[in-house]
Write a protein that binds this ligand. Structure first.
Ligand code: COI
Length: 341
């Protein structure tokens, strides 16, 4: 789509084609140097490992426009690291961190005209992905891989934005089990979350909250984001025990909460029952796409807990302002998280 035809002030989280993507191919045990090409289809064998056995991983990143017109990325080396951790879990080749960062910058530069303006609050979402591309038939890793980076201008992930979302705690579906792939950003984790998301949306909820698969008691994640709650005056988030996606925004929020807001941060098991007590005063979810999205209410069976009716909690708002302020360089980047393109 022509960059001039986009209304950057009313973007949702929907696919819009941009001009250029990056592709690199892995054959005979090594990556080629990669190239920028026009966004478009490519051929793939019907026997490709990704199509048959789901051997695929991805990342989510954003390029933002600052008030001065600069372009920023947020902790991109963390995405490169997580990408390689996911690759290891899925028996896929690593992609050199330096080359990953260089390729990200090249794609962003090439699609610069699609970066939403500072005052629109939008972003150029960056999607790096790797797929097992070579033909196979037995269940084993592919011999060939494709690394792709494409971009999409986006607004808020949840249309509700910062007014907050109503979530349903599901006791029917789980996202990941110990020893599984929950900590890897693999395509399959998201495919499995689509049915519970569809069913809950039909009931009027924005997403589900998944509980741990062993006890069906402890909170793991919101469908596409990490979970936080203020409980007894402390900021609590589920312990990362291999079933939770190690969010980069999650990690940053934990630092901001302790270093800037002087809060005690607890990474621990959080029973969903705690959300229904008065000691739990705020809840929100976090992610690259979700940023910080307040949770207005949670429901399980016939029990509903309302946290806010439109006005997000104070800590949620402060963390949102700190995080987005640093990301757009409105606030000093004292942790050296921002990388300019
Ligand atoms: C992100 O927050 O970037 C994600 O990858 C979540 C979702 C869009 C799959």
């Amino acid at each position: 789509m022509d960059a001039n035809e986009i209304d950057y002030y009313s973007l949702g989280f929907n696919f819009i084609e941009t001009k250029t993507m990056f592709i690199s191919d892995y054959k005979n045990g090594e990556w080629d140097e990669g190239r920028l090409v026009p966004f478009g289809n490519f051929e793939i064998s019907p026997a490709a490992c990704i199509l048959n056995y789901g051997q695929g991983i991805f990342e989510g990143m954003k390029a933002l426009r600052t008030k001065k017109g600069e372009i920023t990325l947020f902790r991109p080396e963390e995405n490169a690291k997580r990408f390689n951790n996911s690759a290891e879990r899925m028996l896929m080749p690593n992609y050199d961190t330096e080359n990953f960062l260089k390729a990200i910058k090249r794609v962003v530069k090439a699609n610069e005209e699609y970066i939403p303006p500072y005052d629109s609050n939008g972003a150029l979402y960056i999607r790096p992905l790797m797929i097992g591309n070579g033909p196979i038939v037995g269940v084993k890793p592919a011999y060939e891989y494709k690394f792709i980076i494409f971009t999409v201008p986006v607004g808020p992930y949840f249309p509700e934005g910062f007014t907050g979302v109503d979530l349903e705690i599901t006791k029917e579906y789980t996202r990941a089990a110990p020893g599984g792939t929950g900590a890897a950003k693999t395509c399959c984790n998201y495919a499995g979350s689509m049915l519970p998301a569809k069913l809950t949306k039909e009931k009027g909820f924005a997403q589900v909250i998944f509980l741990d698969a062993v006890n069906m008691e402890y909170i793991e994640e919101v469908g596409t984001a990490n979970f936080f709650a203020m409980i007894n005056g402390n900021l609590a988030t589920p312990k990362s025990i291999g079933t939770i996606l190690p969010g980069i925004i999650r990690k940053s929020i934990m630092i901001l909460a302790s270093k800037k807001l002087d809060l005690k941060v607890e990474e621990r098991d959080i029973s969903y029952k705690e959300l229904f007590k008065d000691s739990c005063t705020e809840a929100f979810c976090s992610g690259t796409a979700a940023v910080i999205t307040p949770i207005k209410s949670v429901v399980i069976d016939d029990n509903k807990r309302i946290f806010s009716e439109g006005e997000p909690g104070e800590i949620t708002r402060k963390l949102y302002e700190l995080l987005t302020g640093i990301q757009r360089l409105d606030i000093e980047d004292e942790f050296n998280w921002v990388v300019k393109v």
